[in-house]
Ligand binder design. Structure first.
Ligand code: TXA
Ligand code: MG
Length: 318
């Protein structure tokens, strides 16, 4: 079944409390209006997401987003001024306009002002924010093309096609601690630590940026971005053929496939999930990826974060 909908149909469906898979610049999202308890319950149900893992609230602009924050907003406003619209999600203290189901009953809410023109138009015309987790089943790879969403949900969810997602990885999630002058990165993304440092410098702010281990983050370690076949994470300086031979001896019945990383990190990030999807189509495949020494810093942090979580095994051949 093909369930692609037009922009106007998507808008009407969202208005009436239905769930629509929508494009964003990062990945496709499973969107529903934030003021309908039933809609929000359905998002968790369709995604098979546990109720303790909170959702991101997508807003049109800072004026809309700040309505949901409790306490001082000046620091968040300066972040939005610098980075929005864009692939940055900010975790802030919430007020009671945010239904508890969205935040899994926590006192903070994750807010994002997305950049994709279609989601911006939807948010503008709806005049109410959209809760949207990535439009995958819980624990699986996020979709970066409309056809991915159609195949994940077997055509049971309306999908608005906005083309291939430009970023390809989920947004960077940060949590500012203004009192202690710190910004925690809860999930690395295309907006990097270096970008945050530059923001601080340009705004004359004396804050530090810290990478927070996922295990400290509510819900953070739960989603695993897993492809449908095993992905083996290899640390090695050996030739590909030697690695393939090694894996062949371990898995004689399997077809051994290398995930190729020879692209710029931007392009790699954009196509990472669709490359993994393609390599997962044949269930006899085993994918391997080799971590090389020069692939560090910047966007590589986000790429390795996803690949480490997506892998089912790590083998050190050094
Ligand atoms: O790029 C994105 O962020 C995509 C697109 C659709 O916008 N959305 C997305 O949503 O990746 P989701 O639900 O797949 O991932 C959101 C992550 C989850 O790991 C969740 O635990 C975390 O954000 N999160 C949400 N609210 C939070 C909060 N209040 N505190 C800490 N983490 C939170
Ligand atoms: Mg997700």
């Amino acid at each position: 079944m093909n369930t692609q909908v037009t922009y106007n149909q998507a808008l009407d469906l969202l208005k009436s409390g239905e769930i629509v898979a929508i494009p964003t610049e990062t990945v496709y999202g499973l969107a529903g209006r934030i003021d309908s308890q039933k809609t929000l319950e359905n998002i968790f149900k369709i995604k098979k997401r546990p109720s303790f893992d909170p959702l991101i609230v997508h807003c049109y602009d800072a004026i809309q987003a700040k309505q949901y924050i409790s306490g001082d907003i000046s620091f968040v406003e300066s972040l939005w001024k610098y980075f929005s619209p864009g692939p940055l999600t900010i975790v802030v203290p919430k007020n009671d306009k945010i239904l508890p189901i969205i935040t899994a009953h926590q006192e903070t809410v994750a807010l994002r002002i997305p950049k994709h023109p279609l989601v911006r138009d939807l948010l503008k015309n709806l005049n109410i924010p959209l809760a949207a987790p990535s439009a995958n089943l819980y624990g699986k790879l996020s979709p970066t093309q409309a056809k991915d969403v159609i195949s994940i949900f077997s055509g049971s969810i309306p999908v608005l096609d906005g083309g291939d997602c430009e970023v390809g990885l989920e947004s960077t999630i940060i949590q500012p601690d203004v009192k202690n002058k710190q910004i925690f990165i809860l999930r690395p993304g295309i907006i990097t630590e270096e970008d945050l440092q530059k923001f601080l410098k340009d705004n004359n702010l004396d804050f530090s940026v810290c990478n927070k281990k996922d295990s400290f983050q509510p819900g953070g370690q739960m989603e695993h971005y897993q492809p449908d076949v095993p992905l083996i994470f290899i640390e090695s300086d050996k030739e590909d053929s030697q690695i393939t031979d090694f894996l062949k001896s371990k898995y004689p019945k399997k077809s051994i496939q290398k995930l190729c990383l020879e692209k710029s990190p931007q392009i790699l990030a954009r196509y990472l999930y669709s490359d993994l999807r393609k390599l997962s189509q044949d269930k006899n495949n085993i994918i391997f990826v080799v971590r090389e020494k020069n692939q560090e810093g910047d966007i590589w942090n986000a790429i390795w974060n996803r690949l480490e979580k997506a892998s089912s095994k790590k083998i050190n051949l050094r």
